[in-house]
Design a binder for this molecule. Structure first.
Ligand SMILES: [Zn+2]
Length: 168
């Protein structure tokens, strides 16, 4: 007889013993409930009903059940697939999402830096000393201009400036 077979027989015997005791107990209880007042006296001669907590389940049977439960849990654990992020669809999707976010953020920063540099360059080109001097000299009178005309322009400009300042 193999060990497994022996264990199965032991389990069966323990289970049968336990079930038999339970059935006896239930029958005794039912018998006692049926008693009416007139049979009360006769009932006192019956064997007292053993409380359920005193009817011990065989320790060996509990041990076997525990062992079986443990084995079953182990078997189920071994059957279950381990979580592999490299093969998990949800994990891969999340990873792709994060990579996309990172790419967009990096690209945006690069473009902003480039734009800022362009603006700074443009400012430097337009506001350098030569350009500013050129702009100033554009409005200056030329030596070939008529002096009367120059005076007239100067006074008009001065009047306009003071008028604007008074209105402010
Ligand atoms: Zn996953």
């Amino acid at each position: 007889m193999t060990a497994t077979r022996k264990q199965q027989v032991n389990e069966a015997v323990a289970l049968r013993t336990y079930c038999k005791k339970r059935i006896q107990h239930i029958e005794q209880q039912r018998g006692s409930h049926k008693c009416t007042e007139e049979h009360q006296r006769r009932c006192t001669f019956m064997e007292p009903v053993e409380p359920i907590r005193d009817q011990m389940v065989p320790v060996r049977f509990i041990g076997t059940l525990r062992l079986n439960t443990f084995r079953e849990e182990m078997r189920r654990g071994a059957e279950q697939d381990f979580h592999e992020p490299s093969r998990c669809r949800a994990c891969l999707a999340k990873q792709a999402d994060l990579a996309m976010n990172f790419f967009i953020r990096k690209k945006r920063n690069q473009l902003q830096a480039q734009l800022l540099q362009e603006k700074m360059d443009l400012h430097l080109y337009n506001k350098d000393t030569v350009c500013l001097l050129g702009e100033m000299l554009k409005d200056m009178p030329k030596p070939s201009d008529d002096p009367c005309e120059i005076w007239k322009r100067l006074l008009t400009t001065e009047r306009q400036t003071s008028h604007n300042n008074n209105n402010k």
